[in-house]
Design a protein around this ligand. Structure first.
Ligand SMILES: NC(=O)c1ccc[n+]([C@@H]2O[C@H](COP(=O)([O-])OP(=O)(O)OC[C@H]3O[C@@H](n4cnc5c(N)ncnc54)[C@H](OP(=O)(O)O)[C@@H]3O)[C@@H](O)[C@H]2O)c1
Length: 266
């Protein structure tokens, strides 16, 4: 089946749709004929994305929200069911990155990162589970990261939340399989977006955002339980995962190329 055939007429919710991966994925899915509910905090940015999607012929619902607000995320579920009748694919993509080196660890940055990445993902997906289980159909998607496979240097907050997302999606996957509901986790390497628009450290094998959108669209269609890209970073991640701790501790700080980083959320 082709991507157009798969996405045509499907209703898709995307969080973090005001920028980067989410905004571009919205456009790509609009081009494939999906009906979209776009959400993020910045309404003006969402409206710009909506215009681009509508120009491609898509029906678009814009629902500004903060993913940490569970009540608001449940309202989004209600609005989507009312407007589109059902929700076929929910993409929990909203997230924050950044650095939090242990020597200068900022608990406030950590708390916000956990609230947005961990609770935000659950607040996005959980409201749709009941309806999907009843219909015996639907796909839940968490956008995690390759950073979730091991604790990266200076990234205790980011890496640990991305790891939690991966494990959370895995438990959902096991539980929901018998109901014919898929729960997938997507693990991008470096993608060219505002989140990576800084030069704090080396970012090898950077993927253009449009390429990333096509890879994600395809992975969802194929119901890939866990999708890692691009392939050179997938290999590096596999290699890293199997390093003993003593070698990992020596190797990772040398390849990450970071120079006296300070805490910041991106
Ligand atoms: N870029 C990469 O290299 C890369 C690699 C691996 C994984 N990822 C993951 O991909 C996802 C998207 O990242 P990106 O690169 O596209 O970053 P981005 O351009 O900074 O976009 C982040 C999106 O998340 C939204 N967001 C942040 N906090 C939110 C909140 N509290 N409530 C609602 N929305 C919120 C932002 O919208 P508002 O500010 O308008 O709310 C924005 O639309 C993230 O989960 C990130 O961890 C990215």
């Amino acid at each position: 089946m082709g991507l157009k055939e798969f996405y045509q007429g499907k209703s898709v919710v995307i969080t973090g749709a005001s920028s980067g991966i989410g905004a571009d994925l919205a456009e790509v899915l609009a081009g494939f004929g999906a009906k979209l509910c776009l959400t993020a905090r910045r309404e003006e940015k969402l409206k710009e994305v909506r215009e681009r999607c509508e120009a491609l012929g898509a029906e678009v619902l814009v629902m500004p929200a903060d993913v940490t607000d569970a009540h608001r995320m449940a309202e989004i579920r209600d609005a989507v069911l009312e407007r589109f009748g059902q929700a076929d694919i929910i993409i929990a993509n909203a997230g924050v990155g950044g650095l939090n080196p242990a020597e200068h660890f900022d608990l406030e940055i950590h708390r916000k990162t956990v609230e947005i990445n961990v609770m935000g993902l659950a607040n996005t997906l959980v409201p749709f589970i009941h309806d999907m289980v009843e219909r015996r159909s639907g796909i839940l998607v968490g956008v995690s990261s390759l950073a979730g496979f091991r604790g990266l240097p200076n990234a205790a907050s980011y890496s640990s939340t991305k790891s939690q997302q991966m494990v959370f999606m895995e438990s959902l996957r096991v539980d929901l399989k018998k109901h014919n509901v898929a729960a997938l986790s997507i693990h991008p390497g470096f993608v060219k977006t505002p989140m990576t628009a800084h030069d704090d450290f080396d970012m090898p094998f950077m993927v253009p955002v449009r390429k990333s959108s096509h890879l994600i669209a395809k992975a969802i269609m194929k119901r890939k339980a866990r999708y890692l890209y691009p392939w050179p970073m997938k290999i590096l991640t596999w290699f890293n995962r199997h390093l003993p701790c003593w070698l990992y501790d020596w190797f990772l700080p040398r390849v990450s190329g970071q120079k006296d980083p300070r805490p910041k959320m991106l």
